[in-house]
Design a protein around this ligand. Structure first.
Ligand code: UDX
Ligand code: UDX
Length: 478
């Protein structure tokens, strides 16, 4: 451990979600002399964080259990006592969710900041002395201004409960990729700290310096930090829409997207990461962040710029739609009462998160067209799917005479009398399926649709099944 120079002794994080939980656990594991309190309004979630068995943590993230094991109830605490945690802390991270607004001004584009505002009000109310407030949630540019205004209104009220309060606001965006969050926290490409108060920036920098080298810590002004986060996600998402657009051309021309990706990625200027074509990007950030950027550009009258970024989301929607309609088309133009196994519901492998997963739109489309779906995922549960697609799991799928779904945990029961398999998440478990065995149970002619290009095409074909791979110009029909 490095020579510690920070004064901060108590940290609070509002929001015990995918970002707040892992981030605070890693800080606690490196900064043993700091007490880290993670608070949340959701009691059930806090109970899961505190549950005796580490298998019941509210989120699945490789390596998380181990970090929690060595920190929980030592210098990492989870509770719902927001007031107490804030009042004791020198530093408060705001890590609450900021979903896209569903109604009102900016609906469909702007982020709903009501929880960020509420968190700022709680900090203003309960804090004591000087508090460093850190935006961790991804926020629209200029949100720090809103937080500052709320906090300053309180610091002017000097004699509230006799304590003089002061605040400084920093932006410290997260760049965690789910499924890889612990490694991203341990070995980040960079840590961004935006702000103008030297003392507070130094305090936060010193905490990260406990395990991260100085050259990876980047200081910027507040607005650059906020905008960098939105732009980084927009660039990443843009790469996915770009490669997905090329996947469609491959299918028309006989080219193969895997070969094209490899050829493009070997150019060092482009690089080989984020070039896997798929059913469209999901997750809580990409779509929301781009829509925020679109909203911001419209607000400032930059129509061409907003149209440019919006196209990334439109292409993503198109990619999902084209997959569901392709499945229907290949199954003789109708999926009514046909059984289809869905492999993977999470928005990507190694997470149990289903937010904005391509599987949501695709399964809804198929159910709407009358299909009976048997959904499998190694980490997602039935309740999550029920909420995501807003439809109850069927009691008796075999006798149902309309579009319906069940959650099938048992892999061996997935393939009976099904017409097709649709791979939507790139879980390792799906890479070595014994098609020669399972094909015997399927109703012929049967199809395997692989939207992640992880299935062994030759084995599928030699098992007497039809194969369709995303971006494969030589798709095969028996
Ligand atoms: C993320 C990020 O923080 C944000 O940058 C990103 O844009 C989307 O969501 P994440 O941790 O993934 O947040 O969200 P989530 O798992 O929903 O966790 C947020 C938590 O904040 C929830 O547990 C919620 O109960 C809590 N919360 C929300 C509060 O404790 N107080 C509130 O007022 C609102
Ligand atoms: C993203 C950013 O990577 C992270 O830096 C940010 O802070 C939060 O948002 P996350 O959403 O967890 O992280 O996952 P990411 O790995 O970026 O994947 C997002 C989506 O893109 C997934 O649906 C994934 O399947 C898809 N994807 C990713 C592809 O389709 N192809 C690729 O090559 C890479």
């Amino acid at each position: 451990m490095k020579n510690i120079k920070y004064k901060t002794r108590k940290i609070c994080c509002i929001g015990a979600g995918y970002v707040g939980g892992p981030t605070m656990a890693v800080i606690a594991s490196h900064c043993k002399n700091i007490s880290v309190n993670v608070v949340d309004i959701n009691e059930k979630r806090i109970n899961s964080w505190n549950s005796h068995s580490l298998d019941n943590l509210p989120i699945y993230e490789p390596g998380l259990k181990e970090v929690i094991k060595k920190t929980r109830n030592i210098n990492l605490f989870f509770s719902t006592d927001i007031k107490n945690a804030i009042s004791k802390s020198d530093m408060v991270f705001i890590s609450v969710n900021t979903p896209t607004k569903l109604k009102g001004f900016g609906a469909g584009y702007a982020s709903d900041l009501k929880w960020v505002e509420e968190s700022a009000r709680q900090v203003a109310k309960y804090s004591k002395g000087h508090t460093i407030v850190i935006e961790k949630s991804t926020l629209p540019v200029k949100t720090a201004e809103l937080i500052k205004t709320i906090l300053e209104a309180q610091s002017e009220n000097k004699h509230s409960k006799g304590t003089k309060k002061s605040f400084s606001v920093l932006s410290n965006p997260e760049f965690l990729s789910e499924g890889n969050a612990i490694d991203d926290l341990e070995n980040p490409d960079r840590v961004l700290i935006g702000g103008d108060d030297e003392y507070s920036i130094n305090e936060l920098e010193q905490i990260y310096r406990t395990w991260i080298s100085k050259n990876k810590i980047l200081r910027t002004n507040l607005w650059s930090s906020e905008l960098s986060k939105l732009s980084a996600n927009a660039f990443l998402a843009q790469r996915i829409s770009s490669i997905n657009s090329i996947s469609a051309i491959c299918e028309k021309t006989g080219a193969d997207i895997k070969e094209v990706s490899k050829a493009i990625g070997l150019d060092k200027r482009i690089g080989n990461r984020f070039l896997s074509a798929g059913p469209g990007f999901g997750g809580s950030c990409f779509k929301k962040d781009i829509l925020n950027l679109v909203y911001l550009c419209r607000y400032y009258g930059l129509k061409e710029v907003s149209d440019y970024w919006e196209q990334v989301v439109l292409l993503n929607n198109w990619q999902r739609n084209r997959i569901s309609s392709l499945v229907v088309k290949k199954l003789f133009g109708t999926v009514s009462l046909k059984k289809i196994a869905i492999l993977g519901f999470a928005f990507k492998a190694n997470t149990n998160d289903v937010r904005e997963a391509a599987a949501i739109n695709i399964t809804k489309d198929l159910i709407e067209n009358g299909a009976k779906l048997l959904i499998h995922d190694p980490k997602v549960n039935s309740e999550q799917i029920e909420t995501a697609i807003d439809l109850k799991c069927s009691d008796d799928i075999d006798n149902s005479n309309q579009g319906s779904w069940i959650f099938q945990e048992d892999f061996n029961k997935l393939f009976f009398e099904i017409d097709a398999v649709l791979v939507l998440t790139e879980w390792n478990d799906y890479k070595s399926i014994r098609w020669d065995i399972y094909s015997k149970n399927m109703r012929k002619p049967a199809w395997v649709f692989d939207t992640r290009n992880i299935i062994d095409k030759e084995k599928v074909i030699s098992s007497g099944l039809n194969y369709w791979g995303l971006g494969d110009g030589n798709n095969f029909e028996n």
